[in-house]
Design a protein around this ligand. Structure first.
Ligand SMILES: Nc1nc(=O)c2c([nH]1)NC[C@@H]1CN(c3ccc(C(=O)N[C@@H](CCC(=O)O)C(=O)O)cc3)CN21
Ligand SMILES: CC(C)C(=O)C(=O)O
Ligand SMILES: [Mg+2]
Length: 291
């Protein structure tokens, strides 16, 4: 006897395409594919995601890499910055995303304080994200000082995405949310990118870096650069999903382009629903059980 699937959730199983077609076997995006894309001059995209439904949708759309950002701190959990979020808070989100993504590469962001002590601490945290969260790799913030940590993780078979420029976990040391690598600090940024590549990183996020500096780093590296506020010449781009989909209100950073207006859509839907409930229009007979 076959049981019908309940009309909710996915049981965290790989999502079937929304057109109702049978789930065809798909090939997972791998880090070496991203390197090959750079070699052939093809750009690729990354979005943050923190739950199974957005993960399944972005996967179906062909987004090559899904990042469970530590930005879940401010975009999901309601903290002001990324600093307070813990490994235990991020792990269930990582598990939700990796369970729903069939094709996208799933990368977990290591939160503040979970990897900076030494390479051993970074290893322990990365292993938790890969064993318990089923991530395919991790991302960590920091310049050349992170090279030994990246070398240690990659030697253990853990793909590592680096993150330089404006690194939000260091906002108090960097003096706030500002563009990094202006003037002669640009040379330092390119040098750091090379050091992280040499340590084994498979890609490097460059956040809020002047476009010419990001272009120079992109040209100097074999591994792909992933820009966010780093101009048009990076090999890939990343945005926080609530920014790109217009879910959150408020002032957006300059680097955000809004591709939808989900906040307005949901606001209108919630108002309509409430008004139907108050007026007695919902539920109707079609939503009721006669016996
Ligand atoms: N929703 C969201 N989007 C993000 O891009 C994001 C997060 N959250 N959380 C973690 C970090 C923090 N990030 C931020 C936050 C603020 C600015 C910002 O205020 N930028 C201004 C000032 C730039 C300047 O003048 O130097 C801007 O206009 O871009 C930038 C990046 C990027 N990340
Ligand atoms: C913005 C991306 C790169 C990030 O680190 C995050 O969302 O946490
Ligand atoms: Mg982050």
């Amino acid at each position: 006897m076959t049981e019908e699937a309940p009309p909710y959730g996915t049981g965290n199983a790989p999502a079937a395409p929304s057109d109702g077609s049978a789930a065809a076997p798909v090939r997972r995006v791998r880090t070496h594919h991203l390197l090959a894309l750079k070699e052939e001059g093809t750009r690729w995209s990354m979005l943050t995601t923190y739950d199974q439904y957005t993960a399944a949708i972005f996967d179906e759309a062909g987004i090559e890499v899904l990042l469970i950002g530590d930005s879940a701190a401010n975009n999901v959990l309601g903290y002001e910055t990324t600093l307070p979020v813990t490994v235990d808070e991020l792990l269930p989100l990582v598990r939700a995303v990796s369970g729903a993504a069939r094709r996208s590469l799933v990368i977990a962001d290591l939160p503040f304080g979970s990897y900076q002590r030494d390479p051993g601490q970074a290893f322990d945290t990365a292993v938790r994200f890969m064993k318990e969260g089923r991530a395919h790799g991790v991302k960590l913030e920091g310049g050349a000082a992170m090279a030994p940590t990246i070398a240690h993780l990659t030697a253990a078979g853990i793909p590592v995405m680096a993150h330089i420029g404006f690194t939000p976990q260091s906002e108090h040391a960097l003096g706030g949310y500002r563009v990094q690598g202006r003037t002669d600090a640009g040379d330092e940024l390119v040098a750091a990118a090379k050091a992280l590549q040499d340590a084994g990183a498979f890609a490097i996020v460059m956040e809020m870096v002047p476009a010419p500096v990001a272009a120079r780093a992109t040209q100097a590296l074999q591994i792909p650069t992933v820009g966010i506020g780093a101009g048009p010449d990076c090999d890939a781009q990343v945005l926080v999903w609530q920014d790109f989909a217009g879910l959150r209100g408020g002032k957006m950073a300059r680097f955000v382009k809004q591709y939808a207006d989900l906040r307005s859509t949901l606001l209108e839907a919630a108002r309509d629903y409430r008004s139907d409930v108050v007026s007695g229009t919902f539920p109707g007979p079609e939503h009721s059980f006669e016996k």
